[in-house]
Design a protein around this ligand. Structure first.
Ligand code: NDP
Length: 316
């Protein structure tokens, strides 16, 4: 049986990837989105209040709307993870974690960012057993319990404030001397009785047999241990792009994909959009806009030098 060759294969199903899919499908390009989930980080946001057209909407609902619209325009979906990309004489060959081989004439990389690991003993073994990277998703499991949030930025402050309403006690472990977040959030955390902040504290080890039992940390030369039921790691995000380096794609010093203003990477036929690129602001609305730009540029690439028609002139 002959393998399907997609016109455009989009890696990632967040705002950038799904918007790109709506655009490529509407231009009758055979489109496949390969993604681990729908919505990415947007789907984890409780309440989105800055996406035009929606005064307030749950991130998951908004993500599902994107997907429904993409599916309606003809986009196909594969729930898997792309692990390699290879340029061929014509088009690209991609392999997935689930052992699939896929072919496409153009690629749009839009797989966002991944929560950063703490990198201490016990973390890998106890992830999902008391260690989590998403307060909104797993917070409700810690009702009446004692938890620790690690990190000192907006994500950690947000998580601590939210968890203080669910858990009995919230410790916050900040490695520096001060928070690195918005004053409004800092003030809220400071004013909350059941949050105890420990500054200049470096996490050293997570202990527990089948579940998390405690966290060992070092502060000013002394080792301490806090007994907790849950550990929320909120120390920022990173671009998991090592596999693209192998494919010859230019990355920044932060491992983000370098794109020009038309969302082209250095490899002809490969485009990128959203949080995984070196775009300035990591926001759903920006990712959606960047995704549409990448799609239009992919269309232009596949059409050769033909002029780019505006979207509204396309017959449905
Ligand atoms: P940030 O990069 O802003 O902050 C990361 C925090 O984690 C810093 O306090 C940093 O410490 C700490 N950290 C990093 N590595 C380690 C480590 N190995 N051990 C202990 N601590 C560590 O990331 P955020 O996820 O907080 O925010 C990302 C972006 O999202 C920001 O632009 C933020 O403003 C935005 N955001 C906004 C929200 C809001 O407006 N409500 C909510 C959530 C995110 P150090 O300072 O020492 O480097």
């Amino acid at each position: 049986m002959e393998e399907t060759v997609y016109d455009v294969l989009i890696v990632g199903g967040g705002p950038a990837g799904l918007t790109a899919a709506i655009y490529t499908s509407r231009r009758a390009m055979k489109t496949l989105v390969v993604t681990k989930d729908i919505g990415g980080q947007l789907s984890l946001t409780d309440d989105v209040e800055n996406y035009p057209g929606f005064e307030s909407i749950a991130g998951l609902t908004l993500s599902q709307k994107f997907q429904e619209q993409a599916a309606k325009t003809g986009t196909e979906f594969l729930f898997d993870e792309v692990v390699s990309l290879e340029k061929q004489a014509s088009g690209f060959l991609l392999k997935t974690f689930g052992n699939k081989t896929l072919q496409a004439r153009a690629i749009i990389l839009a797989f966002g960012l991944t929560p950063r690991d703490l990198g201490v003993p016990g973390e890998k073994e106890l992830t999902g057993r008391g260690i989590t990277y998403c307060a909104t998703c797993d917070g409700p499991l810690y009702r009446g319990k004692e938890v620790v949030v690690i990190g000192g930025g907006n994500s950690a402050l947000d998580a601590a404030e939210y968890l203080s309403k669910v858990a009995k006690k919230v410790y916050m472990l900040v490695r520096g001397e001060a928070f690195r977040g918005e004053q409004v959030l800092i003030d809220k955390v400071k004013a909350t009785d059941n949050i105890e902040v420990i500054f200049q504290a470096a996490s050293k080890e997570i202990k527990g047999k089948d579940r998390v039992q405690s966290l060992l940390y070092e502060s000013q030369g002394n080792m301490s241990e806090i007994m907790v039921d849950g550990i929320f790691i909120e120390i920022g995000h990173m671009a998991k792009t090592a596999w693209l380096k192998t494919a010859g794609i230019d990355l920044t010093e932060h491992d983000e994909i370098r794109v020009n203003q038309n969302n082209e990477t250095n490899l002809s036929g490969v485009f990128a959009a959203g949080d995984v690129t070196d775009v300035n602001y990591k926001q759903a609305i920006i990712s959606a806009g960047e995704g549409s730009k990448a799609a239009l540029q992919a269309y232009k690439y596949l059409q050769g030098d033909k002029p780019l028609l505006p979207d509204w002139k396309i017959n449905k």
